[in-house]
Design a protein around this ligand. Structure first.
Ligand code: ZN
Ligand code: ZN
Length: 92
């Protein structure tokens, strides 16, 4: 599941879960559209490109089609361990 980081990592602009301005790279580094343009669509943390972050509906739009009714599948132990390792590596 996406972390849905709440702010742009470059200018600290607020990017709530419903924001259509949020852009993420494959490691979920999160930036606003303005900063992505400034950065030439290249992530300064990992060198990857960006894609618009999907909006997560916070309320039940249709037939229980929201986060609470359809939680994403649990990550396997391996995937969770990999993402923890990646996070530790990025923080150093
Ligand atoms: Zn920004
Ligand atoms: Zn990145």
């Amino acid at each position: 599941m996406l972390e849905l980081r709440p702010t742009c990592e470059h200018c600290n602009k607020a990017l709530p879960a419903a924001s259509t301005e949020a852009m993420i790279c494959s490691f979920e580094c999160t930036f606003c559209r303005g900063c992505v343009e400034l950065l030439g669509n290249v992530c300064p943390n990992c060198g990857g490109g960006f894609a618009p972050r999907p909006v997560r509906p916070s309320r039940d739009w249709k037939n229980g089609n929201d986060v609470a009714h359809h939680p994403p599948p649990r990550a396997s132990f391996t995937n969770r361990w990999m993402s923890i390792r990646m996070r530790i590596g990025r923080r150093k």
